[in-house]
Design a protein around this ligand. Structure first.
Ligand code: BG6
Length: 491
């Protein structure tokens, strides 16, 4: 152990949910293994299910089985877990929960620190927060109270604001941790270092040198078994409003005064608020939606289980963001995300401008074309950085060629990288809000996507418009072609 373990009682609403079993318990277990949690913690799993503590612990052991072969350790870990059947609308249940929390505080000497993690259908987020406060579940003896909220945070600005008002009537902004797991990814977290730790990069990080920025969050998988949620969300709400715009904010922001959450948030918000919000014509010109048809021997979205046959939901969204600020001027940020694309990849490609004069194209040399320098930050599945630069080809005569300077994280090192949820949990334990979305950021992101969603909701698309296994609709290529650009990936 390299740090003082945190003392805390967790209360997890949605305690046997898919997210909890697949991601949260393994994350908490890894923190336990590494010493960020030790003997002074307990977790109460909550949902309407009736389970005994023993049954719950068996699920925990199963959920962490891929993380350890040490049976004794797994059992010791699971012994900190308790189950309580809980109806989120029943105020008596919260009173009982408050008593359980007091007992666990005593038993595990957790200093009254409490973390409330709400991983349930979003309509319950507000009521849980309100009841926690009103029914006295919050710690009042000097311990901390932290509220963790899973996505989706609203479905437009108005609903997000309503939710936020509910949460902030019970918790302060600095007690609220809005999860965006892309903020727990290695490459997202590396962006500020790559930029502000390297003058050779930050000095040219502006419209004078950058031609365009491209963010691609592509998935190979389709809707899977999540039609109930996904068909009411779509790619724009599911991937663009949150993950993609968060990445945009790190790429676009100005340098914070120091690397602390309040300073970083201030700069991220400023960047997000300087995105030009489109009117309906602007949306038509600058945003593209798509829905996958059949392909690769797999069904069209409309034929997936649970999806209405006439669904107009978007499974792909692309757009061109422009900023009204001096750093970015008219340098476009192109963004895209979709399901059932050719490959699973998360990446950022930054294309730099070519030299104003290409001296190699003239004179007695063999004609050779210089390419744009491209800096690529790989998010998934590989983590890495590559930079394409022009150099001389070793053949006789003056030919130029482009080579890659590339750092790809080794598999051994990648295996050591904490998973996003482990990192985020660690930050929650430490009270560090750096990698959580603040309300003003979420608000700005909704205000940006709302007009897009509105136009899409009120106009008929021509779906399906891309084949499963392709890189999305043609219109997304045309979006860039109009500016004389093209998607760098795949090239
Ligand atoms: C989630 C979306 O937020 O992110 C899913 O709800 C999507 O639809 C997932 O599949 C992608 O995350 P990752 O980490 O696999 O790229």
């Amino acid at each position: 152990p390299t740090e003082n373990p945190t003392r805390a009682t967790f209360m997890l609403f949605g305690g046997t949910g898919d997210l909890a079993l697949r991601k949260l318990y393994p994350a908490i277990f890894n923190l336990y293994k590494k010493g960020s949690l030790s003997t002074h913690f307990a977790l109460v799993g909550l949902s309407r299910k009736a389970l005994t503590d023993e049954e719950f612990r068996a699920k925990i052991i199963e959920s962490i089985s891929s993380e350890t072969d040490d049976k004794a350790q797994a059992e010791e870990f699971a012994s900190h877990f308790y189950w309580k059947s809980h109806d989120v609308t029943n105020t008596d249940h919260y009173k009982e929960l408050g008593k359980i929390a007091d007992e666990l505080d005593q038993k595990y000497e957790t200093d009254g620190n409490r973390i409330f993690y709400v991983s349930m259908a979003p309509r319950f987020f507000g009521i849980v927060a309100k009841n926690l406060k009103e029914q006295g579940v919050l710690s009042t003896n000097g311990g901390f109270n932290r509220l963790v909220i899973e996505k989706p945070f609203g479905r437009d600005y108005a609903s997000a604001k309503e939710l936020n008002d509910e949460l902030t009537s019970a918790f302060n902004e600095n007690q609220i941790y809005r999860i965006d797991h892309y903020l727990g990814k290695e490459t997202t977290q590396a962006i500020p270092v790559i930029r502000f730790g390297n003058p050779i990069i930050e000095a040219i990080w502006n419209q004078n040198y950058i031609k365009d920025v491209q963010i691609t969050l592509a998935e190979k998988l389709g809707v899977e078994d999540r039609a109930g949620y996904y068909d009411t969300a779509g790619a724009l709400r599911d991937m663009i409003q949150n993950h993609t715009l968060q990445i945009v904010s790190y790429l676009a922001m100005d340098e914070p005064n120091s690397f602390v959450d309040t300073e970083i948030r201030r700069e991220k918000v400023k960047a997000l608020e300087s995105m030009e919000i489109y009117d309906a014509d602007g949306v038509k010109q600058n945003f593209v939606r798509g829905q996958y048809g059949a392909g690769d021997g797999t069904p069209a979205y409309r034929d997936e289980p649970g999806v209405p046959h006439d669904s107009n939901n978007n499974t792909y969204a692309a757009g061109k963001i422009v900023f009204n600020n001096p750093r970015w001027g008219k340098t476009p940020f192109y963004i895209r995300s979709g399901k059932k694309l050719a490959t699973k990849t998360g990446r950022i490609d930054i294309e730099f401008k070519k030299p104003i004069v290409d001296i190699f194209a003239k004179g007695t040399h063999q004609p050779a074309e210089l390419k744009s320098n491209v800096l690529t930050l790989l998010i998934d599945p590989k983590i890495g950085i590559t930079l394409e630069i022009n150099t001389k080809n070793s053949a006789q005569g003056m030919h130029t060629e482009t080579v890659d300077l590339s750092y790809l994280q080794s598999d051994a090192r990648a295996a050591e990288v904490p998973l996003p949820y482990e990192r985020l949990f660690h930050d929650i334990l430490k009270g560090d809000g750096t990698y959580f979305a603040s309300w003003p950021e979420v608000a700005a992101a909704w205000k940006y996507v709302d007009p897009v969603q509105k136009l899409w909701d009120t106009t008929q698309p021509d779906f399906p418009n891309y084949e499963s296994g392709s890189m999305g609709p043609k219109a997304a290529d045309e979006l860039l072609a109009r500016d004389g650009n093209s998607w760098y990936f795949p090239n």
